[in-house]
Design a protein around this ligand. Structure first.
Ligand code: DGL
Length: 238
């Protein structure tokens, strides 16, 4: 079974790691679309054009199932992609708001790109899951995925300091990492909010993929050993 996995860059690797752990017998094709990053400040039209190009590439590799290992592309264009490519099975990465709400945290911060934070999809997920007495604080983090991609520690520190300053008084007890780049800086985020439990979506996505494979009769021989092919696109030199 060939499974395509894509993101605007390295963030998707945090999801891929869990996928390989859960499904070591599958063949994964990872596509890191650095040429077009960041996704988080693009319009829906641009995102659909860009991600359609990625889906075309993954289809050339025979990937019927495609994991959108990106919060931005999931919340902004997964439904449209499914309409455009009805023969593909898409699994997205939505911020783990449902899990945070179910665990009865009181003050939940959701960190994500501007595109995810302002999406109707996130609003819908919050409205569906929020319980009485819970507060959910959606926090846009422009530049953070870029800074992680560039391993720019100063910029990461600056952005996190701003967030800590703005939310210091809110007694945050859970932080949902709504962008797949953010698990790479879990330790830094934890230092700024030592009492908060950090939650990402990778494990849930891996389980959802496994479930879908079984439901669609696509699960391959579990004794086989899977393969991995990784592609990163690059921006043209200026
Ligand atoms: N990793 C992505 C996400 O989960 C996108 C980051 C970006 O390119 O802005 O939202």
């Amino acid at each position: 079974m060939n499974i395509g996995v894509f993101d605007s860059g390295i963030g998707g690797l945090t999801v891929l790691e869990e996928l390989i752990r859960e499904l070591p017998h599958c063949n994964f094709f990872f596509y890191g679309d650095n040429k077009n990053n960041p996704y988080g400040d693009k319009s829906d039209e641009e995102l659909i054009r860009i991600t359609s190009g990625v889906v075309d590439e993954l289809n050339k590799k025979g990937c019927r199932m495609i994991v959108i290992a990106c919060g931005t592309a999931t919340t902004r264009c997964m439904d449209r992609l499914q309409e455009l490519y009805p023969d593909n099975i898409f699994i997205g990465t939505v911020p783990a708001v449902k899990t945070a709400c179910e665990k009865d945290f009181r003050n939940i911060m959701v960190m994500a790109t501007t595109a995810t934070i302002t999406s109707a999809k996130l609003r819908e997920i919050i409205d569906e899951n929020i319980r009485e007495g819970q507060n959910i604080y959606p926090v846009a983090c422009p530049g953070l995925a870029d800074a992680i991609e560039a391993n720019d520690e100063k910029a990461i520190g600056r952005i996190l300091n701003r967030i800590r300053r703005d939310y210091r008084d809110k007694n945050i007890d859970a932080i949902v990492l709504g962008c797949t780049h953010y698990p790479f800086i879990k330790d830094e985020i934890q230092k700024k909010f030592p009492k908060a439990v950090l939650m990402d979506s990778a494990r849930g996505v891996a389980r959802a993929v496994s479930r879908q494979l079984r439901e669609n009769g696509l699960m391959v021989d579990e004794k086989e050993k899977g393969t991995l092919e990784v592609t990163f696109t690059r921006k043209k030199a200026a």
